[in-house]
Design a protein around this ligand. Sequence first.
Ligand SMILES: Cc1cc2nc3c(=O)[nH]c(=O)nc-3n(C[C@H](O)[C@H](O)[C@H](O)COP(=O)(O)OP(=O)(O)OC[C@H]3O[C@@H](n4cnc5c(N)ncnc54)[C@H](O)[C@@H]3O)c2cc1C
Length: 428
Amino acid sequence: MQRRHFVQTVAAGSALGSLGLLGGCASTTAGGSGPHVVVIGGGYAGATAAKYTRLFSEGKVRVTLIEPNAQFISCPISNLVIGGIKQIADITIPYDNLEKRHGVKIVRDRATAIDPEKRVVKLAGGGEIGYDRLIVSPGIDFMWETLPGMAKPGAQDKVLHAWKAGPQTVALRKQLEDMPDGGVYALSIPLAPYRCPPGPYERACMVAHYFKKAKPKSKVIIFDANDDIQSKKALFLKAWDEHYKGIIEYRPKHRVVDVDAATNTLKFEFNDDFKGAVLNVVPNMRAGDIAVQAGLATANKRWCEVDFLTFESKAVKNVHVLGDAIQIAPAMPKSGHMANQHGKTCAAAVVSLLMGKEPPKTPLYANTCYSFVTDEDVVHVASVHRYDPEKKTMLTVPGSGGVSARASELEGRYALAWARNIWADTLA
Ligand SMILES: Cc1cc2nc3c(=O)[nH]c(=O)nc-3n(C[C@H](O)[C@H](O)[C@H](O)COP(=O)(O)OP(=O)(O)OC[C@H]3O[C@@H](n4cnc5c(N)ncnc54)[C@H](O)[C@@H]3O)c2cc1C
């Protein structure tokens, strides 16, 4: 669509023609007129971008969100489901309000291909959707090729990652419940960058908390491919010492190179094999399949490079990439909070671009990440990131952020309030 046309539409509030004129051969569209933004993926980044594109354009930009899942299930707080403190229903939120309150059209399907020439997204269900601008937010997918044994039939149903909240979260909880007392739960962490730097260490706390109460002879062993704890190190070490002595054992520099699911065995690059009662393997990650297939993952075919002012892909015009799928800026975590901020920054830029205006030049955003170390006590890490026009990237603002002085029950209440707030900001 021509910028001039959208400016005219906005000014006159008049209809501007059908989507067929805007984005090529669309067979599924958001109703009405005006430019059309299509969002792939209704997670923390995509759902936020969809909602805020509607809000920032005062309803003048049509938005279609493509998402296969019927409901949003949050990874933040999902470790508490694994620890038996929360239920999956507590972290499940319907998508309805995006449609009812904000006029986002939701298409329950999976995007299978992007044609940037025709500006069309193809769907698993057979349809096509045309766009003026496309926002791709598929989160992560796993590099299963780095764990050949996981390709064997049934392996991925037995050895779980639970690194996308949903059925695997419930299934891992069930494995822990079924595990006899005295067994070892072995959690493997991939080399950074991966989704949610403190997430695995929080998970170890939640499983240990459950074992302490229900299976006191059992152990948690963390096999970390990294040289050291990736986030909130002193706070996690203190929690393990205070609450989980003799239960949690941490082994750095243990890179898993294969898994034998039949015998529940982890195979490492340099160390001896390890057989556990329950294996929880978090594999190496990369941008979601659709981003890789569309040629957006230009950094080692793993992550998508973007212009941080607009989140437009450096490889494909009119296509923006958000959330965990991007090649991060220095010290920028792959977190839900950060993905939500990407969503708003991108929405503001996309609406500006469609209106023929320059996108905002000084994005500034924050990140806070809470981790439960017991069922009540929580620690946080926070940071603020500002665009640096010379380096053309986001940099941490000196002196901003930091970590908790100590774990506290007060931060436990903040953490649950943070979750309720970000779910509302993203979806309500
Ligand atoms: C155990 C755990 C704990 C965490 N705790 C925290 C925390 O406390 N705080 C925090 O800020 N972050 C936390 N995170 C990280 C956070 O969950 C992610 O950073 C965040 O979900 C990234 O958002 P996203 O939108 O990029 O991806 P996602 O939220 O994963 O959303 C991607 C969406 O895209 C959809 N999709 C994928 N492919 C397609 C396709 N082809 N077509 C259509 N749709 C598609 C998926 O169905 C999904 O809904 C945690 C993560 C884990 C695993």
